[in-house]
Ligand binder design. Structure first.
Ligand SMILES: NC(=O)c1ccc[n+]([C@@H]2O[C@H](COP(=O)([O-])OP(=O)(O)OC[C@H]3O[C@@H](n4cnc5c(N)ncnc54)[C@H](OP(=O)(O)O)[C@@H]3O)[C@@H](O)[C@H]2O)c1
Length: 234
């Protein structure tokens, strides 16, 4: 390929990539925010981190590592500027954090959180009767909440190949359009989206973490890893 053709091809690819580019607010700059933010930026999306301390050195280092025009703002400013908001924050605080974001009507809220608490007997359990996915949807009824990314370690989000095969991501939500949009992100970063139904099914998806965390972090038995994997396609 001549230099001119190569430049033309690269420009075309760049246009195609940007055609579907979104602005994504990544609320939280910890393990999950620091995994998904750079992955989404690499797909051509603009990532705005929503941080309690956007000028903090580690947050600015994450912004630099993310690239593609990434920035960091206070959480409500990040959410206001985005069509898609990822809630990569502690599960016990997520509802109050959503309430502090301002008007999120019409936005897609991606919820990777887990509603877990350690009981007096030492066992982790769900700390709500329903799920964080449902509580977030109730707190922001005009937003489109999609439960996603809560069933796998953040390292697998960065490098799905470490799982030894395809990894499926269950998506629960009441909006088919929002789930389709999140499915594009999931596919883009090398994972396999599976629609598991309405937002009320978040309670089952969040419950999957209970067994894993009690054995692993809870030390109640031998630690194990698991991945959802689609059957029947190959
Ligand atoms: N770690 C995993 O492998 C994994 C995998 C799947 C799902 N999850 C779930 O995803 C969520 C985020 O997990 P994570 O591991 O990324 O957590 P993390 O490393 O502790 O990061 C959470 C981030 O939330 C922000 N934040 C906002 N309000 C906060 C508050 N009141 N207290 C502490 N941090 C606050 C902080 O960013 P700023 O300081 O910049 O505001 C913080 O860096 C959790 O609900 C977790 O259950 C985790």
């Amino acid at each position: 390929m001549t230099g001119k053709k190569l430049v033309t091809t690269l420009l075309l690819l760049g246009c195609l990539r940007l055609a579907g580019a979104d602005t994504i607010a990544m609320i939280g700059t910890g393990s999950v925010g620091g995994a998904l933010g750079p992955e989404f930026a690499a797909l051509g999306h603009t990532v705005i981190y929503g941080s309690r301390q956007p000028d903090r050195a580690d947050v600015q280092a994450l912004v630099a590592r993310t690239g593609n025009g990434a920035s960091a703002l206070p959480p409500s400013d990040a959410a206001a500027a985005a069509e898609i908001v990822v809630l990569a924050v502690p599960g016990e605080s997520v509802v109050s954090i959503v309430e502090g974001l301002g008007d999120v009507s019409g936005k897609i809220l991606i919820d990777p959180t887990n509603a877990l608490v350690r009981g007096a007997d030492g066992w982790f359990r769900m700390d709500v009767d329903t799920s964080n996915g449902e509580r977030i949807q109730a707190a922001a009824p005009a937003a489109h909440v999609v439960k996603a990314f809560n069933t796998l370690n953040y390292r697998t989000m960065i490098d799905p190949d470490t799982a030894g095969g395809p990894v499926s991501i269950p998506l629960a939500g009441d909006s088919a359009d929002a789930k389709a949009k999140v499915a594009e992100l999931v596919t883009g970063i090398g994972l396999d989206p599976i629609d598991v139904g309405p937002i009320r099914h978040s309670r089952h998806v969040e419950g999957m973490l209970i067994l894993w965390i009690n054995n692993g972090i809870g030390g109640r038995g031998p630690a194990f890893e698991y991945h959802l994997r689609r059957v029947g396609d190959d």
